[in-house]
Design a protein around this ligand. Structure first.
Ligand code: SF4
Length: 406
């Protein structure tokens, strides 16, 4: 429960026994590492899955008795679809045992199309997973090979159809644009190919070349052309138009949903509300603290199986000024933007008085606009969102200090 002390400019996340949280479970196993990936994930370490699942259950047990109400559960990775059905069933049972899971909870699982069949999907649907997120990334086999994905476009199509047959009526598809050498036409082919499937939700991410990854090296060594930001901007804007015409709601910078299919779990992050991350490398935001567990698998497993909590590699108290800035920055990602009333209710702060200079400057630059009670990014502002958002951070804080799960 979020409690504000109205009028003091102070806030606290005063979790009581009835605190509502989003629960994230990190599954850091992949068949092999993709060429662009710098997430906490390990290729070829699947033999550790049984010990890791036991460790997850032990970590969850620490929260037994806290009374946390769980409105959403999200299995992210990594590749959660590498979890055997039995292991996933045990984890869901542990979650229900240690947390008060709401009857209408959204339960999402990320799946790699190269790892699932219809029997698996039907089994996890029967266990209570009610939202599937398919990491398709592209519908072009050459692009998938460049990305180092283990699947081909045909596998992705088959996985989507199998998910439907298995009873999933809430499916997200991830796609990446801005790839080296990817034309606007090539991108539209992938996007339209996915649209033809009738998905309820799309997450479209611009490729981020992460230093040290094989894809970054290929670009740096001249084996691949560098991504072209102008092409990426065109790809994004065309996607906005096409998805708008197809009846999708652009509810977050990178996310589109048919009405009623917005991801409730990720909305918790964007509303800067409490979440608990379980697993190696998982982040949490509880009681005004943000913290992250060790990403090292063995360290995580040993700590949990030894009866302790996993070592933390980051633990930060979010002071009120930073909490306010983060809430504004995260809400600016949303289509509806930041609500004056919400900021006043949670922080006792008039956003226009507090950030008047920045809002004025960004509005004159055509990057922000004010609608009934809300401030939001313009279409151009969405393309330059990082430049806009970081202007709201306190002077002594860098953008690197903000992180999101998943
Ligand atoms: S499947 Fe996802 S988490 Fe695993 S290596 Fe590829 S991008 Fe990274």
């Amino acid at each position: 429960m979020v409690v504000s002390r109205r009028g003091t400019g102070h806030f606290c996340y005063n979790c009581t026994v009835s605190c509502r949280i989003a629960l994230y479970v990190h599954v850091p196993f992949c068949r092999r590492k993709c060429a662009y990936c710098d997430f906490v994930s390990y290729g070829g370490a699947e033999s550790l899955i049984p010990a890791y699942v036991s460790a997850l259950k032990r970590e969850m047990a620490h929260y037994g008795g806290t009374g946390y109400q769980v409105g959403t559960v999200y299995f992210g990775g990594g590749t959660p679809s590498l979890l055997p059905v039995k292991a996933l069933g045990e984890l869901l049972e542990a979650i229900r045992q240690h947390f008060a899971v709401l009857a209408d909870a959204e339960v999402s699982l990320e799946a790699n199309p190269g790892t699932v069949d219809e029997a698996y999907l039907a089994a996890i649907r029967a266990l209570g997973v009610n939202r599937l997120s398919l990491g398709m990334q592209s519908m072009d086999d050459r692009e998938l090979a460049m990305l180092g994905r283990i699947h081909k476009a045909g596998d992705a199509l088959a996985a989507f159809r199998m998910a439907r047959n298995a009873g999933f009526d809430n499916i997200n598809v991830d796609l990446i644009y801005g790839l080296p050498g990817q034309s606007v036409e090539g991108w539209l082919k992938s996007l339209k190919g996915v649209l033809a499937l009738g998905t309820e939700h799309l997450s479209l991410y611009a490729l981020s070349l992460e230093e040290g990854t094989p894809l970054w090296r290929a670009v740096n060594e001249g084996r691949l052309p560098p991504p072209d930001p102008d092409v990426a901007a065109t790809q994004y804007e065309l996607a906005e138009d096409i998805l708008d015409a197809a009846g999708f709601r652009h509810y977050e910078i990178s996310n589109w949903a048919k009405p009623g299919y917005e991801c409730r779990h990720n909305l918790t992050y964007w509303h800067n509300l409490p979440y608990l991350g379980i697993g190696a490398g998982a982040h949490s935001f509880l009681n005004g603290h943000r913290y992250a567990s060790t990403p090292r698998l063995n360290e995580y497993i040993e700590a949990c199986l030894g009866g302790g909590i996993p070592p933390r590699v980051m633990d930060e108290t979010i002071r009120p000024e930073l909490g306010l800035a983060e809430t504004v920055i995260l809400a600016l990602r949303l289509g509806e933007g930041v609500s004056h009333a919400d900021i006043m209710r949670r922080f006792g702060t008039d956003i226009l008085a507090h950030y008047g200079d920045v809002i004025g400057e960004m509005t004159r630059a055509g990057l922000l606009e004010t609608t009934a009670g809300n401030i939001r990014l313009t279409r151009r502002g969405r393309l330059l969102s990082n430049e806009v958002c970081w202007r709201f951070l306190p002077d002594d804080v860098s953008e690197a200090s903000m992180s999101l799960q998943g």
